[in-house]
Write a protein of this length. Structure first.
Length: 361
């Protein structure tokens, strides 16, 4: 019956995370539902590793992973993936975990995607509503003539294993689009912000498309015509119910303005003008209003923007072989020397020294 929809229950027989939001509430900043990360458990088992000791080693209760509605911090997810890579000696662990996930791993957002009219509507629903599932990363949809880029980026400061998280996210995104378009769908290409691995086979087998490594961002490239594909079985009544439930969750914790600005900056810093005035104009508010709202939360715009620049630079230096000049240009610096001076202020080291030491987290 189209008028009845079984929404995910908030009850569970297992211990819930201390960070789990109360029933009917949204996620606090920096947290993620375990819908996708719970596939880490099965992936470890497939690779011959008992997951429980690994999970305990990063300070988590293994029982949390029994319920996709449970919540952990994004920082804990990064630490867990770092340890999983070390224990399994598998540099593409995140990809393996992500390819096990399905569109329903995205919870209410995945269901909304299934009942969207077109693939374009589904991807816009994912971009607009990811924050009820994941408050440690942000996605964006960019259309340039006949080409579309669906991008994904971790924006939490000093997040570990951003490369593994990006692999996991894009593997899932491809699975989600295939669920809407058919199993034979393939992207035009896939962009990954990580150095090329010795074994390209796992990436080629899953994506079935050209994969470009050492990119500035994680993205799936697809033809714009794919956005117009109709989704079989989409039900407008179910869609309306899901949209209402999602809007309730979005307002449950209240919006933390500084977190909203971080998410916005993470998707725009490498491709748009991002002065305080530019962001204020984008949000249709006066620059003084933007500054006042941020200062009420304890941080100014410049500090948040520099924190975001540092996080982007850190991820690219750590996970890719992108040249320093290219990183500097992507972050809006006219000269590499200006970027080097800024990075030294943020970290106490030059970018070259940071990369050479192989920092993690």
């Amino acid at each position: 019956m189209t008028g009845n929809i079984e929404l995910p229950s908030t009850s569970t027989a297992v211990q819930r995370s201390p960070l789990a939001p109360p029933p009917g509430r949204g996620l606090p900043p920096g947290c993620i539902h375990l819908g996708v990360p719970k596939e880490i458990v099965s992936t470890l088992r497939d690779l011959g590793i008992d997951p429980d000791p690994v999970i305990r080693e990063v300070g988590l209760d293994p029982r949390l992973f029994d319920d996709a509605e449970n919540v952990i911090s994004h920082a804990a997810l990064g630490r867990l993936l770092t340890l999983c890579v070390a224990r399994t000696n598998c540099p593409h662990f995140g990809l393996l975990a992500g390819q096990r996930a399905t569109i329903l791993s995205l919870g209410l957002v995945g269901r909304l995607m299934q009942h969207s009219e077109t693939v374009g509507d589904a991807l816009r629903a994912l971009v607009s509503n990811l924050s009820i599932q994941n408050r440690g990363a942000v996605s964006a949809l960019m259309i340039d003539k006949d080409v579309v880029l669906f991008s994904y980026a971790v924006y939490q400061p000093e997040a570990e294993s951003a490369d593994q998280i990006s692999d996991e996210a894009l593997a899932l995104a491809v699975n989600a689009i295939r669920a809407l378009c058919g199993s034979g769908w393939t992207p035009a290409e896939v962009l990954l912000p990580r150095a090329a691995p010795a074994d390209l086979g796992p990436y080629r087998r899953h994506f079935r498309a050209p994969v470009r490594f050492n990119q500035e961002s994680a993205a799936i490239v697809l033809p714009a015509r794919d956005l117009d594909r109709r989704i079989p079985g989409a039900d407008h009544m179910i869609r309306a119910l899901l949209e209402e439930r999602i809007e309730q969750l979005k307002g449950g914790w209240g919006s933390e303005f500084s977190d909203d600005i971080r998410r916005l900056l993470r998707t725009r810093l490498t491709s748009h003008r991002c002065s305080a005035g530019d962001i204020a104009d984008l949000l249709a508010m006066h620059r003084r209003t933007l500054s006042r709202r941020l200062k009420d939360g304890g941080m100014g715009y410049r500090a948040i923007a520099n924190e975001t620049r540092f996080e982007i630079a850190r991820q690219l230096l750590q996970d890719t072989e992108v040249p320093l000049g290219q990183i500097a240009a992507a972050l809006g610096y006219s000269e590499s020397s200006a970027f080097t001076r800024a990075f030294r202020r943020w970290s106490g080291q030059t970018p070259t020294a940071w990369r050479a030491e192989g920092h993690f987290g």
